[in-house]
Structures are given as structure tokens and as C-alpha cells.
Design a binder for this molecule. Structure first.
Ligand code: NAP
Length: 347
């Protein structure tokens, strides 16, 4: 099968690098175009990017020249890991010019006609694309994935919808790779915890309701779950850990909840998509798991690990969830979205 050429906007950043790593040897997609800021434009990728991943950058991509982040020469399908300060304008220009943008940035996530998708949780929300071009006047399309902490939370909450999810309280312990590169100054983060991440709590509270919501009459009806989030940055390289308490409408036993986590599957598993983990959510029985250093790469970084389910004296249950922020929380989920769109004939 001929491969589909793809472009990457923000190719030099943390998420952009993860796109390049995950797309090396991809069976369907081949990286053919890279875009970033004027700082990188005109340079070979190997000279433009401060490569931060443990595997070497693929040779063919290292030799590509980074281009201006403007539509024209890029392939039809473009992944975006652009800085949010510029993503709105640039992604909009690409969509207007006919590109299909699969974006990590916050700018379009909450727009009524833009799907905000985790393929295992709300694949049907891609139907919003049917009205998007007419509503926005674009020849192309924009699909988004959630904020990295929201991905982990939504994947942990999705299996609990069957018990009538009412309230979720969450405190995050977020890795430094979530702040991009160079990100947080070492002076600020070493031996420290920073109890503020700008805009993160609002994103978790609103995006989760959209993702868990139902598509009805061509729009998403947000899920009624009330989410209260507190976010912190901790000195961990990769992996967002989340302490979550939930209130449920219906009684549920410990075993029923564990079975719901372990039995959770979605469209990517049904279709056997290349980036789909066999098990999207795994419950760990050990009393001191999940931990970022041991569990972040489960399912090639695409599985959310959950553990320590126990009664909550305030709500009903509490547990810990962990997911890889630049793979399941960013580039990996975006690639899974594009794989789903390709298999569903939407590209
Ligand atoms: P980053 O490391 O700071 O990378 C930002 C990218 O945007 C770089 O490639 C940069 O290019 C490019 N850029 C900046 N200004 C530009 C301009 N004026 N024109 C064109 N390109 C420009 O950030 P990141 O962590 O990869 O995050 C990228 C996006 O994904 C953000 O919107 C972020 O909120 C979101 N996100 C991140 C994570 C995570 O875990 N890191 C998770 C989910 C979502 P230069 O190198 O040339 O400056």
C-alpha cells in the first residue's frame, strides 16, 4: 500500500519530536514536510531541533529542511504541535487552504463544530466534521485532541460512565516535558513542586465534559459530571500522575470498577489500528503503583495505568491514574485520531 505523506507543524518542539519518533516506520504515514518558527526555518531538521528523546531522530527526517509554517507546500494531512500562541491563526490558515489538521493545541478544542477526540472514548464525535466546512468556510478540516492531563483523566473516567458518574475531584502531578522545551527552569523545578500551571485546571474541567458528552442532533451535549481540578508540576521527566476521587449515581463494587477499567475497549481496538494498545486502561494490583518510572511506557506509551482503588470517605471511590503526556497525551493520541479518520474514509 502506498504511504500517505504527512506534515508536522511545530516539528521542533517536544510534541513535534514525539510525532517524528512515533511516525518512524509507521505503516500508513510518512513524514514529508516540517514547519516551525522563523528561528528554525531554512535549517536542516537535525540543526533546528534540540532533540530530547532517547532514540536517535530518523535519518530521513533529520535531513529535511524546516519550512515556514504556512500552507502551500505541505501535504494534505498535517499534524500540529504548535505553540498555542500561534496555533489559532496558523492552523486556521491551513484548514482554509484545504489541509486536514490534527492538532494538539488548545485553540479550537472547545469550538462547537470541532471534534475533541480520544478515539477509544468518543470516536463518534468525528461526525462533527460533516458540518464543519460549511460552518467555518474551510476547504479543509480541524480535529483536536485534549490537553495531556485531560486525556489521562477522561480515559480513567470513561469506563465509569456506566455507573452514573456525578463528580470527579482531581489533583495532578505533571511531568516537566508537559511544559515544552526548555520548559520550566531547573532552578524552579529541581527538588520542588510548583502548585500552578496556567490555564490547566479550566481545560481539565471543560474538556472532560465535552469528551465524555453525547453527540445529539449534530452537536455535543456535555456530560453532566462536575470536575474540580488542582494541578501541580513535579520534577518527573515524562508521565502525568493523577489522584482522582469520584462520586457515582449507582452503587458499584470494587471488583465491578476494576473489571470496567480492564474491560474498556474502543473503536481503535475493534479496527486494530496501528497505534492502538491492546488494552487502553490497565488496573495494577500492586499497592505502590502506578509510578512514572515503571509504568509510563506501558502499551508503547498509549496505555493509561490505574491503581490504588479504594473507598473515599468524602465521595465514593478514589484511585491513581498515570499516562504518558507526550504520547497518549499528545502525539500518540493525534496519530490514533488520524489512523481512525483514514480507516473510516474521512481523509
Ligand atoms: P514546545 O516544545 O515549546 O514547541 C513549540 C513548537 O511551536 C516549536 O516547534 C516551535 O518552533 C513552534 N513555534 C513557536 N512559535 C512559532 C511561530 N511563531 N510560528 C511557527 N511555529 C512556532 O511546545 P510543546 O510542549 O511541543 O507543545 C506544543 C503544543 O502542544 C502546545 O500547544 C501545547 O499546549 C500542546 N500540548 C503539549 C503537551 C506536552 O506534553 N508537551 C501535551 C498536550 C498538548 P521553533 O522551535 O522554531 O521555535
Amino acid at each position: 500500500m502506498a504511504q500517505i505523506e504527512v506534515g508536522i507543524l511545530g516539528a521542533t518542539g517536544m510534541v513535534g519530536q514525539q510525532f517524528i519518533a512515533l511516525l518512524a516506520n509507521h505503516p500508513w504515514f510518512k513524514v514529508a514536510w516540517l514547519g516551525a518558527s522563523q528561528r528554525s526555518e531554512g535549517k536542516a531538521y537535525r540543526d533546528a531541533a534540540a532533540w530530547r528523546l532517547p532514540m536517535p531522530a530518523p535519518e530521513d527526517v533529520s535531513g529535511l529542511t524546516v519550512e515556514q509554517a504556512a500552507p502551500g507546500r505541505a501535504p494534505k494531512l498535517v499534524f500540529s504541535g504548535l505553540d498555542a500562541g500561534v496555533a489559532g491563526e496558523i492552523e486556521g490558515a491551513f484548514a482554509a487552504a484545504g489541509h486536514f489538521i490534527v492538532s494538539n493545541s488548545k485553540n479550537y478544542r472547545m469550538d462547537a463544530n470541532v471534534p475533541l477526540v480520544i478515539p477509544e472514548v468518543n470516536a463518534d464525535h468525528l461526525k462533527l466534521l460533516e458540518g464543519q466546512a460549511a460552518a467555518r468556510g474551510w476547504k479543509g478540516r480541524i480535529v483536536t485532541n485534549p490537553n495531556c492531563s485531560t486525556v489521562v483523566l477522561s480515559m480513567a473516567l470513561a469506563p465509569l460512565r456506566q455507573f452514573g458518574l456525578k463528580t470527579a475531584m482531581i489533583t495532578t502531578l505533571q511531568a516537566i516535558s508537559g511544559a515544552g522545551y526548555p520548559g520550566v527552569a531547573s532552578w524552579d523545578i529541581l527538588g520542588n513542586v510548583i502548585p500552578f500551571i496556567d490555564g490547566e485546571e479550566e481545560k481539565i474541567q471543560t474538556e472532560t465534559q465535552k469528551i465524555l458528552g453525547c453527540l445529539s442532533g449534530g452537536r455535543v451535549e456535555p456530560h453532566p459530571v462536575v470536575v474540580s481540578a488542582s494541578t501541580t508540576r513535579v520534577p518527573v521527566h515524562n508521565g502525568h500522575t493523577e489522584s482522582i476521587s469520584v462520586k457515582l449515581d449507582q452503587p458499584a463494587t470494587h471488583d465491578a470498577i476494576v473489571a470496567a477499567f480492564n474491560g474498556f475497549r474502543g473503536r481503535p481496538q475493534e479496527l486494530g489500528l496501528p497505534s492502538a494498545p491492546l488494552q487502553p486502561v490497565v488496573y495494577l494490583n500492586e499497592r505502590n503503583r502506578p509510578q512514572p518510572s515503571l509504568d509510563v511506557d506501558r502499551g508503547r506509551g498509549m496505555t493509561v495505568s490505574v491503581g490504588r482503588l479504594r473507598p473515599c470517605p468524602v465521595l465514593d471511590y478514589k484511585f491513581i491514574a498515570l499516562g504518558h503526556n507526550t504520547i497518549r497525551g499528545a502525539a500518540g493520541v493525534a496519530i490514533l485520531n488520524a489512523e481512525l479518520m483514514h480507516r473510516e474514509g474521512m481523509l
